[in-house]
Design a protein around this ligand. Sequence first.
Ligand SMILES: [Zn+2]
Length: 363
Amino acid sequence: MSRSFRLARLAGIDIFVHPTFALLLVWVAVSSGLQGRTVGAAAEGVALMLALFGCIVLHELGHALMARRFGIATKDITLLPIGGMARLERMPERPIHEFLVALAGPAVTLLIAVTLFVWLRLSGDWRPLDAISISRGAFVEQVMVANVALLLFNLLPAFPMDGGRVLRAMLAARTDYVSATVRAASIGQGIAFLLALVGLFSNLFLVVVAFFVWIAAGEEAAAVQKRSALAGVAVRTAMMTQLQTLTPASTLADAVELLLSGSQQDFPVLQRGALVGILTRQRLIGALASHGREAAVGPLMEDCPTATPDELLEPMLTRVDATNNRSIAVVAEGRLVGLVTLDNVGELLMVRAAARRNAVPSS
Ligand SMILES: [Zn+2]
């Protein structure tokens, strides 16, 4: 989500918008403009979409504020073309908490729909529902109908919809979290398949949604399996210890020589034995073009995230995740003792998965 841009900050939580959201607005403007054949129709389509996404922000805040009650902070809320996503700092541990956090969003959406309904009734603006659809009718009533659609859609038992999390919480109450996730993810992919099939014959937008659901279900299951494979593993297990290093006075030519002579891609920079930064492969290649081979490493190196050997790998990766670094320096008593790279971690996961397959009892 690093390319999303920040829209606002509500209740201490940053609200981001994914760039593809702009494409959706253009699509809505063009299609409602074509339908109504006026600029006004296009503007109304866009206004309706913005109102709906305002409702989605409130829905996501519902999740975030319920999570806060259980002591879980929310990193940010991102608006995607298929809806919103609140990124919780961690998942609730108890199934009942996940259940309540997952239901808090739909509860907000239901509240919005009921409020709009009551308001329309009291003000006498209510029109028969058969004259209304998401693309046709009085504005407030359209927003209400959209919220009802959002509510029903969100309760589909498929990741990343809330119904998927409710389903997992219910499964997890009976079995472990990993199996519950894997089972909920395959149910979600089954539903995505059906959605795509229905969409092929009715609405192509459904096919796009089904595609997102399919991917999200797979990613959710993979992330949970990865977390569980790494649970309890210390940083020391995954770090490489045979390291090539540079000093601030080294030249880019020295770095190129190291890069070509082995498999290491990112090079810690040491000054009198102390870590002062890192020169990544990407940075090196960019700097070669702009600064030439004889430039010193010192002014070009970047800050390097660090870890200690005894720290647990999984929370460390979560902590570093947001910084977009591929390498983490492992430091003990002020000395560099190793380097963890995302490739190392990938290899470790493969080794552990293979070891587990071989450990299947032969009886
Ligand atoms: Zn939700």
